[in-house]
Design a protein around this ligand. Structure first.
Ligand code: SF4
Ligand code: SF4
Length: 466
C-alpha cells in the first residue's frame, strides 16, 4: 500500500498494478462513529428497499413499475404511459437536485445512500469479514493452497452471496410485477415459467458477479455519476478531505516524543488500509473516492491513540482547508438552485392538475362530414380514454347544445381499471344550427353521474347555400 504515497496516483487508478492488471483490494474492516451511523442508515434503507413492494393501499401495491404492461403506481397513485412527461420532468428535477447536491456536498450520496455501496460494504463485505476474517487474514487465505478449510470457506461464502443476489433479483422483480404475481410464480410449477426462471437466474448471477468480483470497479469505471465528479466538484465542494495544512509534513511518531516538529499525520497508513477503493486520501480528492468515511474513522482512532485532535481527515472543502474560508454560495450554486425551484414548481403544478381519467378526441383522419337523414350532418371522431384509477369506469358523453346528438359507434364506454380504450364517436348536428364550415363544439365527459372532463373539438360542415 505504501507505493500510493508516490506520485503514481496521477498516472493510474488505484485498482491497477504496474503491469496494468487489476489489483485486488482488501480493505480493513472500519470501525468508528461514521461506520456505526452508516450501518444504522443502511439497515433502514435495506428495510425500505425490501419492504416497499409488500406495502399495499386499498389492496393495490404502494409502489409498482410494471414496464411490461405499462402500469405504474407511485405512492398508491396509478400513472399511465400518458403521464410519461411527468416522469421526464421528475427525472430532470432529480438530476438537477443531484448536481446541486454534489456541487455543495460532493459524493455524499455514494457513501451513504447508493445501493451499490450499501450492498457491497454493509452486506457482502460484512459476511466476508465474518467468514474470511479481516484484511490480513483474507490476503493470507487467498495466497494459501486450496485445502479443505479454504474450500469450505469459499463454498460457504459464495453460496451465501448467491442466495442474497437471488433475493435482490427477486426484490427488483417484485417492483416490476408486484408481490402477488411473484408469489404466484414462486409457488407455481417451475416448468410453467422456464423463461422467467432463466431471466431471474441471469439477474442473480449478474448481482453475484458485481458484489463478489467486479466490486469497486462499478464505482470507478462504470458509474456515470462517478465519472461526472470531475466536472461537478469545485474547490468549495464539501468532500472527504485530508487537512494537509495540519497533517504535513507527515512523519512517524516516536514513543515518548514530546517536541514533535512534523505535522499531525503519523504516516500510519490506516486511512489507506481501510479504503475500499484503495486510494490514499492524503493525495487529495480523487475520482475513486466514494466518500465512504472509512478513512475518517480510521484516522480518528489513530488521533485518539496518539493524543492528537481528531478530524485530520474530515468533511471539508479545499478552500476551507487551504484558505480557512467558510462555505460560499457561488453563482453556479445560485443558478442551479433557481432551475431546481422552477422545476419543482412545474412538477407540483402538473401533479396537482393531473387527471385520473384522460380523454383525447380527434376527428377520424381521412373522414369528412357525412350527410344524414332528418336534415343533419355527422362527423366521426376517434376518442382515446385512459382510465388511471383502480375502478372500472363507464364513460359517456353529453352536450349542452340541444341541436347536437352523440353516439358511441364502437361498443360501449366501459373501461377496465388501469387501462385505455379507443372508441369511435359520432356527433351529428342539425343543419339549421350550423354556423360555419368549422364550428367549435364543447362536449362534457361523464363517468357514472360525475362530470370528469370537458373536451372541445371542431365540427366540419358543407358551405351553406344562400
Ligand atoms: S478515501 Fe476515504 S472516503 Fe474516499 S473511498 Fe477511501 S476510505 Fe472512503
Ligand atoms: S490515518 Fe491519519 S495519521 Fe494515519 S496516515 Fe492516514 S491521515 Fe496520517
Amino acid at each position: 500500500m505504501k507505493e500510493q504515497t508516490a506520485d503514481i496516483y496521477r498516472d493510474r487508478i488505484s485498482i491497477l498494478n504496474d503491469k496494468g492488471k487489476r489489483k485486488w483490494i482488501y480493505p480493513k474492516k472500519p470501525s468508528g462513529k461514521f461506520y456505526r451511523l452508516r450501518t444504522i442508515l443502511s439497515w433502514f434503507l435495506l428495510l425500505v428497499l425490501f419492504g416497499l413492494p409488500w406495502i399495499k393501499t386499498d389492496g393495490h401495491p404502494f409502489i409498482l413499475f410494471n414496464i411490461l404492461e405499462r402500469q405504474f403506481i407511485i405512492f398508491g397513485k396509478a400513472f399511465g404511459p400518458q403521464d410519461f412527461y411527468l416522469i421526464v420532468i421528475f427525472a430532470i428535477t432529480a438530476i438537477v437536485f443531484l448536481i446541486l447536491f454534489t456541487i455543495i456536498y460532493g459524493r455524499i450520496f455514494c457513501g451513504w445512500i447508493c445501493p451499490q455501496t450499501i450492498f457491497l460494504e454493509m452486506v457482502f463485505r460484512k459476511i466476508e469479514y465474518l467468514i474470511d476474517g479481516d484484511a490480513n487474514k483474507q490476503k493470507s487465505l487467498s495466497k494459501q493452497q486450496l485445502n479443505a478449510a479454504k474450500l469450505f470457506k469459499r463454498i460457504l461464502k459464495y453460496s451465501i452471496f448467491f442466495v442474497i443476489s437471488f433475493v435482490i433479483a427477486n426484490t427488483f422483480l417484485s417492483y416490476i410485477i408486484g408481490t402477488d404475481e411473484l408469489i404466484r410464480i414462486i409457488t407455481d410449477n417451475p416448468a410453467n415459467h422456464i423463461s422467467g426462471l432463466i431471466a431471474i437466474t441471469g439477474f442473480s448471477t449478474a448481482y453475484f458477479l458485481v458484489f463478489s468480483l467486479v466490486r469497486e470497479q462499478v464505482c470507478i469505471l462504470a458509474c456515470p455519476y462517478g465519472r461526472l465528479q470531475g466536472v461537478l466538484l469545485d474547490k468549495n465542494s464539501i468532500v472527504i478531505s485530508y487537512d494537509f495544512e495540519r497533517g504535513e509534513p507527515r512523519g512517524h511518531i516516536k514513543r515518548g516524543e514530546t517536541n514533535r516538529t512534523d505535522g499531525d499525520c503519523v504516516d500510519c497508513f490506516q486511512c489507506v488500509d481501510v479504503c475500499p477503493t484503495g486510494i490514499d486520501i492524503r493525495n487529495g480528492t480523487q475520482l475513486e473516492c466514494i466518500n465512504c468515511t472509512a478513512c475518517i474513522d480510521a484516522c480518528n482512532n489513530i488521533m485518539d491513540k496518539v493524543g492528537f485532535e481528531k478530524n485530520l481527515i474530515k468533511y471539508a472543502s479545499y478552500n476551507q482547508i487551504k484558505e480557512k474560508k467558510p462555505f460560499r454560495f457561488t453563482a453556479r450554486i445560485a443558478g442551479y438552485t433557481g432551475v431546481l425551484i422552477i422545476l419543482i414548481g412545474l412538477l407540483t403544478i402538473l401533479l396537482v392538475n393531473r387527471k385520473d381519467i384522460n380523454v383525447n378526441i380527434l376527428r377520424t383522419p381521412g373522414m369528412f362530414f357525412q350527410e344524414m337523414p332528418e336534415n343533419k350532418i355527422a362527423n366521426i371522431y376517434d376518442v382515446k380514454i385512459y382510465n388511471k384509477t383502480f375502478d372500472e369506469q363507464n364513460i359517456f358523453f353529453k352536450s349542452e347544445d340541444g341541436t347536437i346528438e352523440l353516439k358511441i359507434l364502437s361498443g360501449d364506454g366501459i373501461i377496465s381499471p388501469m387501462s385505455h380504450k379507443d372508441i369511435k364517436l359520432m356527433i351529428s348536428k342539425n343543419k339549421d344550427a350550423i354556423k360555419s364550415t368549422s364550428d367549435k363544439i364543447e362536449i362534457k365527459v361523464l363517468s357514472g353521474n360525475e362530470e370528469i372532463d370537458e373536451i372541445s373539438t371542431t365540427f366540419m360542415a358543407p358551405i351553406k347555400k344562400q
